[in-house]
Write a protein of this length. Structure first.
Length: 355
């Protein structure tokens, strides 16, 4: 098993170091190689995704990614900004499925802005299609309108677009993930208004027939946005397109209230994947040793489950995280009175002990 380790910028290096220690402690035959990415790679090589880093990522079974970005790069031309490294990796590796679990740990129930009874025990998985939809559809651009309400006025337009195979492959990811969970999929669309999402609904329904053991329902995106805050526990696996998924996955992340706890995975057709915390590089706390490494450690667990076929090891890590929370250990972002405040390194060490 070969893992490319790309810590990146800001807190990326601090949190990835803890996840690497956890992986090393597992007694698995894992080979890890580290490379620069994002702003760190730009400083050293003039590009956020240097050729050598991309090569390493392509050859690996999985990528453990920290975070990239810093406000100091905001003035750089778009192609050289740190965030371009993620887009480049997604494109070059064909990472089309983004998996974001939102789990509410019993001990952190008060971190949510929702009532405890709504989110206690929450465990849902949002699956977002990552390479299609209105973000990539052509044509797009600006022009002078020749028709519509205001002919002669400047207008902008984008193209919402999905092909049948694109929908089929993300639907399979959702049904297969549901089989490892509570066997329920909610497909989120806007089929009442958008032709793209009528096709989406038709194709997901067809693919669903190959999974008779998984229950499928459909929901319009506006309703899904409401239901996610009204009764989030009614969901199990939610699958949707790039645009709706962008919004709903952030909404679902905030249900738990703890951005430092949320892992994510981006997979391609051969289950090669990029695993990273859902949060960014947090330049405001970088270098202070206070970042929460648990989202990254839980991302490593997802990597073991989805790309490396080591479900038992993944479970061991997840159980260890629950143990340290039960021991009352908290980094600053999840601290509450009565618990014990620990640093990034101390949290990593506690997970190792629990393992
Ligand atoms: P952010 O997620 O980095 O930080 C938001 C807030 O959450 C900050 O107050 C931060 O201190 C806190 N936070 C985040 N992760 C934490 C952790 N593990 N432990 C404790 N606190 C944590 O988002 P932002 O501030 O909007 O963006 C900062 C930079 O990160 C930007 O340059 C942005 O482009 C980049 N970014 C990168 C990624 C990525 O690498 N995938 C994702 C989002 C943002």
């Amino acid at each position: 098993m070969k893992i490319a380790v790309l810590p990146g910028d800001g807190i990326g290096t601090e949190i990835v170091a803890e996840a690497v220690k956890v992986l090393q402690a597992l007694d698995l035959k894992i080979e890890m190689e580290t490379a620069l990415v994002g702003g760190a790679a730009y400083e050293a090589h003039g590009h956020p995704l240097p050729e050598a880093t991309l090569k390493l990522a392509k050859q690996a079974d999985a990528i453990l990614f920290g975070a990239v970005g810093d406000w100091k790069y905001d003035k750089l031309e778009r192609a050289l900004r740190p965030e371009q490294a993620i887009l480049g990796l997604r494109k070059n590796l064909g990472l089309f499925a983004n998996l974001r679990p939102a789990i509410c740990y019993e001990q952190l129930v008060d971190a949510s802005s929702l009532k405890p009874e709504l989110i206690a025990g929450l465990d849902i998985l949002i699956i977002r299609e990552l390479t299609g939809d209105v973000y990539f559809g052509q044509p797009r651009g600006r022009r002078i309108a020749t028709d519509g309400l205001f002919p002669g006025a400047e207008e902008a337009f984008d193209t919402m677009r999905y092909s049948r195979p694109e929908i089929e492959r993300i639907a399979h990811v959702a049904f297969q993930a549901a089989r490892k969970r509570s066997k329920r999929v909610t497909s989120v669309d806007k089929a009442n208004v958008l032709e793209t999402f009528q096709l989406w609904k038709d194709v997901v329904t067809e693919v669903g027939q190959q999974y008779p053991d998984v229950e499928l329902d459909h929901m319009y995106v506006d309703n899904a946005a409401m239901q996610l805050v009204r009764a989030p526990k009614k969901f199990d696996v939610v699958v949707t397109g790039n645009l709706f998924g962008d919004i709903l996955s952030d909404e679902a992340a905030m249900l738990t209230g703890s951005i430092g706890m949320l892992p994510s995975a981006s997979l391609n057709a051969s289950n090669q994947g990029l695993y990273e915390p859902s949060h960014g590089s947090a330049p405001d706390i970088a270098g202070k040793g206070i970042a929460n490494p648990l989202a990254t450690i839980l991302s490593a667990a997802m990597m073991l489950r989805f790309s490396l076929n080591q479900a038992a090891a993944a479970q061991r890590i997840e159980a260890a995280v629950k143990t340290v929370l039960a021991q009352g250990l908290r980094t600053a972002d999840i601290f509450s009175p009565g618990s014990t405040r620990v640093s990034t390194v101390e949290m990593g060490a506690a997970v190792l002990r629990a393992l």
